[in-house]
Design a protein around this ligand. Structure first.
Ligand code: AMP
Ligand code: ZN
Length: 469
């Protein structure tokens, strides 16, 4: 089924069928703006990264060969401020938050991006890109020693600034500049590509043909994405707050330097509110993943909850919602656990119905609510058949295989119980033989031996079951 997505470049023109640039229609290049590693990522940030993981998994499920790139922003205004305040080095400061971010990404069941470029390791590429922009006449060095992107010159070349959202460029005053990495829509102005070294930067600077300094945030993403995926690539993602200025500036820098279209599809995830409010430390609703784990929730539960709402809808995250996630996952786990019991060791090709309905839901701009409805209807029907004892081992194995296919996108399934090693299986068989021969002394001795090796044997109406202690 053709995958249709809401491409921000198309604004209100409705959904657009996703067709990769690759002439073979197989390879897909996908870039998601990564974390700014100046603190632990909060639950809002995680909504965006789990959304990116859903996009990647959906594309892989659809048979595409995806290269997923997520940068690490390890030099930027907020980082430099904290490095200065904490009297530490850039690498030491960003390193601990980068490690924490990657640990959390794993805890949330996200597939690791294939490439995780760091801005500080791409200074040469950044400088080369700025040089191109200067050579093409769309960037200039100002009296403060910094290099700025000229929106007027860029538009003068027939290029469009304001592709992702409508900007009132007529109100722009020529020559106005903005040096900070983040600014409001009202301040459309020339933005910094290279920031000249100032005393507050401390030791955070690099030499360049424009003088000592450091890159602006926006140019980092243009340089890293072009290096990893080429001058034109398929998909670029991020939270909706990044549309302006960050993504608009990425387009201007990239298209200004290469003269080619930068990205075919732009996807933006809506923001997350917590208990109905914008997250803030003073409101006490600012959660990191670690805060939620400390309250006894699991990464799987958080992932489930973040995946319950459509990516273009604002989502209200609540602790009650997380408790609900626990019970919803419990229903799936129970059903899948019973299927495993009935299937025993039997394997079978997946049933097609579940996966077909599920992928039809996702093909409609990742309609996750419809996809969950398909899953829970399947749980209900499967439970009914389990209760009727109308599932053979083969039926159960086919149902399990279908669930595993669907879960390759959702990523919330509990792992099957650990397989017992051959030595344990042999002991279990010897115990069954001893019991059959009514040699209870031997069967008890084997049970004790298994226990000493960390395994418990349960006698159930359907035979024995091995459990790890
Ligand atoms: P940052 O580390 O601040 O650069 O943000 C990383 C990602 O999280 C970006 O794609 C942001 O758009 C996204 N983001 C920030 N706040 C929220 C929020 N409240 N809800 C959803 N995404 C967010
Ligand atoms: Zn970016």
């Amino acid at each position: 089924m053709a995958l249709k997505l809401h491409n921000t470049l198309q604004r209100d023109k409705g959904l657009q069928e996703f067709v990769p640039l690759d002439p073979q229609k197989k390879k897909v290049g996908m870039y998601c703006c990564g974390p700014t590693v100046y603190d632990f990522a909060h639950i809002g940030n995680w909504r965006t990264f789990v959304f990116a993981d859903l996009v990647r998994r959906t594309l892989e499920f659809s048979g595409y060969d995806v290269t997923h790139v997520m940068n690490i922003t390890d030099v930027e205004d907020k980082i430099i401020k904290r490095v200065r305040e904490q009297k530490t080095t850039l690498r030491e400061f960003t390193g601990k938050f980068e490690t924490a971010f990657l640990d959390d990404l794993k805890a949330l069941g996200c597939r690791e991006p294939h490439q995780k470029p760091r801005a500080t390791e791409h200074i040469a590429e950044i400088i080369a890109l700025i040089e191109k922009l200067v050579a093409r006449g769309v960037a200039y060095k100002a009296a403060d020693g910094s290099v700025y992107f000229s929106i007027e010159k860029y538009r003068g070349c027939g290029c469009c600034y304001g592709q992702l959202l409508k900007l009132n460029l007529d109100e722009m005053r020529a020559g106005e500049r903005v040096a900070s990495d983040e600014y409001e829509k009202e301040s459309v102005a020339d933005f910094a590509l290279w920031k000249a070294r100032v005393p507050e930067d401390g030791e955070v600077f690099w030499p360049s043909p424009f003088g000592e300094g450091r890159p602006g945030w926006h140019i980092e993403c243009s340089a890293m994405s072009i290096k990893a995926l080429g001058e034109t690539f398929d998909l670029h993602l991020g939270g909706e707050d990044l549309k302006f200025p960050h993504h608009e500036d990425e387009i201007a820098q990239s298209e200004g330097a290469t003269g080619k279209p930068f990205v075919k599809f732009w996807l933006h995830g809506a923001h997350l509110l917590v208990e109905g409010k914008k997250m803030s430390k003073s409101l006490g609703n600012f959660f990191t993943l670690r805060d939620l784990l400390a309250k006894g929730f699991t990464g799987r539960e958080v992932r489930y909850l973040l995946l319950t709402a459509h990516y273009r809808e604002t989502f209200n995250f609540t602790l009650d919602g997380l408790a609900g996630a626990k019970s919803a996952l419990g229903r799936i786990d129970e059903c899948v656990g019973k299927l495993r019991e009935i299937a025993g060791g039997t394997t079978a090709a997946p049933n097609t119905k579940l996966a077909e309905q599920f992928s039809a839901a996702l093909a409609d701009d990742l309609n996750i609510s419809a996809a969950w409805a398909v899953v829970f209807e399947w749980v209900r029907e499967t439970n009914k058949r389990i209760a009727d004892s109308s599932l053979s081992a083969n039926d159960a194995a086919a149902a399990l295989a279908a669930w595993e296919k669907v879960d390759s996108v959702l990523g919330v399934g509990a792992k099957a119980e650990a397989e017992a090693p051959a030595e344990i299986l042999a002991l279990a068989e010897a115990r069954s033989a001893a019991k059959k021969a009514k040699d209870f002394k031997r069967s008890d001795a084997i049970r004790d031996e298994l226990k000493a090796k960390g395994w418990v044997i349960d006698d159930t109406p359907k035979g024995i079951k091995l459990r790890k202690l």
